[in-house]
Design a protein around this ligand. Structure first.
Ligand code: SF4
Ligand code: SF4
Length: 420
């Protein structure tokens, strides 16, 4: 019998042996204690839907949409179930076959199709969100939750200059790297992009920023708009392929995870499969890249005690855990203290903190308790949604840094107070 999701995704559901090893690692199960909000329960629901045993019920949509797609369940699964693949495919199917209200449709179109399709439009949207009356207009459009976190961020100055195509290495050029500017990184968090470029320049890298690059498509992938992800992937492959580079460095864990999957996502497209695979093979998280090269160790002292939050799409999506810690420990004066479960999701999860603000806040509260116990004065969160999520936490004395900011501070011999 024909299944309602792709054969690859269905095969993942079949791999589950219902052992339950993943349950204690699932943030929504830990918080809500409901089987249908656990990986095993969601797998049962997805399979029942794929087999045609159940339709698109309110319960199905609710339990699946409550999933953070953090993929923590994948890391511990003895059967190797690729949960994220199955969830993305099922959400796509549900998205195609669900009738949403007009306001919901407008909100999704504005967010996924209009804004997060072009970096220029992200810039425009962020500027509009700061105008007087923006809150009222967003409320009317059902988008109030989407602008609140952005408005709470400290002003990071000018957006990244997108006309400048190359930032030259300090001293001799050792590597040519391309960089993903990022929708949020190059705008609301532009200082992190500038810090990333300075760190790469310090490490002998010429940094190329292709002007025609677009959003990576991660948001769309996890919101059931996989077709849009593929369109964006093709645009990025085209934009970056105009340049010659050794690696494509990404300072956002979620974007990096999706870009590493372009090869897999376009595997069946004969016009793109080869290029997509080559592209994905060059993608490196910033910490991954720096751990691979002989890093410039002329680092100045940064006296600070930090705790490191593993971004889900770095630890579980890309299996990168040791590299960021190794780099942080190279910074003289920096003390790294571990929290109990650093690889638990902070509740940000792309736009989850905006679509499910109550659950996201409760998850964040549990994270902050663990973090406070460490005695650290700052959190290192190298992914835009996590960075924004922790920046909006109630404990305002806790600072938040991206790993690029701390490295940049160290190379420039700046004290911690001069960066904040
Ligand atoms: S650990 Fe893997 S096999 Fe076991 S219930 Fe979870 S998803 Fe299924
Ligand atoms: S992806 Fe995360 S939230 Fe979703 S079922 Fe797996 S562990 Fe739970």
């Amino acid at each position: 019998m024909e299944k309602k999701i792709s054969a690859e995704a269905y095969a993942e559901l079949q791999e589950c042996v219902h052992c339950g090893f993943c349950l204690p690692n699932c943030p929504t199960y830990r918080l809500l204690g409901i089987e249908a909000d656990s990986p095993r329960g969601r797998i049962r629901l997805m399979k029942a839907y794929a087999d045609g045993e159940i339709g698109i019920t309110e319960g199905l949509v609710e339990h699946l949409s409550l999933c953070l797609v953090c993929r923590n369940c994948e890391t511990v699964c003895p059967s190797g179930v690729e949960f994220g693949l199955a969830m993305d495919a099922t959400r796509q199917e549900i998205e195609r076959n669900t009738k949403r209200s007009i306001s919901e449709r407008i909100a999704r179109w504005l967010l996924l199709s209009f804004t997060f399709s072009s970096l220029a439009r992200v810039r425009l949207a962020l500027k509009l969100s700061k105008l007087p009356g923006a809150n009222y207009a967003m409320k009317k459009l059902g988008l109030a939750n989407f602008v609140k976190p952005m408005q709470s961020l400290p002003n990071q100055g000018e957006y990244l200059d997108r006309k400048k195509k190359t930032y030259r290495a300090e001293g001799n050029t050792r590597y040519k790297v391309a960089m993903l500017a990022g929708c949020i990184m190059s705008t609301a968090l532009a200082e992190i992009d500038r810090a990333t470029i300075r760190v790469l320049n310090k490490n002998g890298c010429d940094v190329i920023l292709p002007t025609q690059q677009v959003c990576c498509g991660a948001l769309h992938q996890h919101e059931g708009a996989l077709d849009r992800t593929l369109e964006l992937a093709k645009k990025n492959i085209k934009a970056f392929s105009k340049h010659d580079f050794d690696a494509l460095v990404v300072n956002s864990a979620g974007c990096g995870a999706t870009m590493k999957e372009y090869g897999k996502l376009l595997a069946k497209d004969p016009n793109w499969s080869e290029q997509a695979q080559e592209f994905s093979g060059k993608v490196r998280d910033l910490s991954e890249f720096l751990a691979e090269i002989p890093i410039n160790d002329e680092l100045g002292e940064v006296k600070i005690t930090v705790t490191y939050q593993d971004p889900c799409h770095l630890a579980h999506g890309q299996r990168i855990e040791q590299q960021p810690r190794k780099i942080l420990q190279m910074i003289p004066g920096l003390k790294l203290v571990e929290m109990k479960s650093p690889d638990q999701c902070c509740g940000a999860a792309g736009i989850y903190s905006m679509t499910h603000p109550d659950v996201a806040e409760r998850i964040l509260d549990t994270r902050m308790l663990e973090i406070t116990e460490t005695g650290a004065s700052a959190i290192v969160a190298s992914n835009p949604p996590c960075y924004i999520q922790y920046s909006t936490a109630k404990n305002k004395s806790m600072k938040v840094y991206h790993i690029a900011e701390l490295l940049d501070m160290s190379y420039r011999n700046l004290s911690e107070s001069s960066l904040s």
